[in-house]
Design a protein around this ligand. Structure first.
Ligand SMILES: [Zn+2]
Length: 356
């Protein structure tokens, strides 16, 4: 068999072992029917999955050499179209408008699960024959939130794999996927990326200044896509800062003032899945601020996450005893659990606020 000789430009920072594995799979023509891309959010899993899909669908793959994906062939063009449509938020784009052989589904906003109907439609389109005569590829985002019926429907498909159909499940926590699904998939485990790698990446690829790169690479805690979001989107960055400040300011506020700050973080949505999502993020941010206070307690000033609010942290640090810090870690953990068990997210945040 002729050896293939491709060059790649994977859109991934860190996690090199994963791109090496994918390259080898393409090289040896050893493509699995099911993959699970597992790991914390904002590591670039979905972006890489799309890039892998476009490489498999690219017609340059048949020629055995050159850049993959080539960016020139019919498939690559269609891919670009579907990306543009998805950026515009077109509903059809989510099931692959623009590229007949590529489909993405995800948990709908304000829904707790991916439904069995979504999975059935997904399976139906993937089982149709390929438009371009090659692979049919489907991505399931938020795969750890498949409903029980959806997971069962998917499992039936995975048990009878079809040639040239590839399904990529994206998960933050594959523990919540049925083991029967995981056992049929090739699992690729994504890990947090070293701060220095993100720092270099922000400077080299995004032309960030050294001080921006320093702040953002720390803030992102190993998640490059988050660092880029902060860099490119001022609102995301400002909202993050606001969440840290709200937490640190509790110490000097009345209970009434604390509750008002929480309302401003949650906006109008104080119930429903969107509020659950925001409250979950807020608790993670608060945990980060607490971790910084703990690091400062032990003199590790250089590795604190929130360089951006270092002055405020310095000023408030004396007000938090070690006992306070551990008590608050516990309160945050309890709040996370309460939200999981359907306690109103606003109430859960308030319960932490009164303990500061
Ligand atoms: Zn191509």
């Amino acid at each position: 068999m002729k050896m293939s000789n491709f060059t790649y430009d994977w859109p991934l920072v860190g996690n090199q072992q994963i791109t090496e594995f994918l390259e080898k799979s393409i090289q040896n023509n050893n493509i699995s029917g099911t993959y699970i891309f597992n790991g914390p959010d904002n590591l670039g899993k979905t972006t890489l999955a799309k890039s892998f899909a476009s490489a498999l669908l690219c017609s340059a793959k048949e020629s055995g050499s050159g850049r993959l994906p080539c960016g020139q062939c019919r498939s690559c063009h269609q891919f670009k179209q579907s990306e543009i449509a998805a950026d515009k938020g077109a509903v059809q784009a989510e099931i692959g408008e623009g590229h007949g052989d590529f489909h993405v589904i995800k948990k709908e906003k304000d829904k707790k699960n991916i439904s069995v109907e979504q999975i059935r439609e997904f399976i139906r389109v993937l089982s149709m024959s390929s438009f371009l005569g090659g692979y049919k590829i489907g991505i399931i985002k938020h795969a750890d939130s498949l409903s029980v019926n959806a997971a069962n429907a998917l499992l039936k498909t995975l048990e009878e794999p079809r040639p040239k159909v590839v399904i990529i499940l994206i998960a933050e926590d594959m523990e919540s996927l049925p083991a029967t699904i995981a056992s049929r998939a090739r699992v690729l485990q994504f890990r947090s990326v070293p701060t220095d790698t993100i720092y270099e990446y922000l400077i080299n690829e995004h032309k960030a200044s050294r001080s921006q790169a320093k702040d953002l690479s720390r803030l992102a805690l190993g998640r490059p896509a988050l660092a880029v979001k902060f860099f490119e989107n001022k609102d995301t960055y400002t909202f993050y800062q606001e969440q840290v400040n709200v937490f640190l300011d509790f110490k000097n506020q009345t209970i009434g003032e604390r509750f008002l700050s929480i309302e401003s973080l949650l906006g109008k949505k104080t119930t429903g899945q969107e509020a659950v999502r925001i409250a979950g993020r807020v608790l993670q941010v608060w945990q980060g601020a607490l971790r910084d206070l703990l690091l400062m307690e032990y003199g590790f000033f250089n590795i604190i996450q929130h360089q951006i609010t270092k002055e405020k942290l310095d000023a408030l640090k004396p007000l938090f005893s070690l006992t306070d810090i551990f008590r608050l870690f516990k309160a945050i953990e309890a709040a996370e659990e309460n939200i999981f068990y359907n306690v109103n997210p606003k109430l859960a945040l308030e319960e932490v606020a009164v303990k500061v």
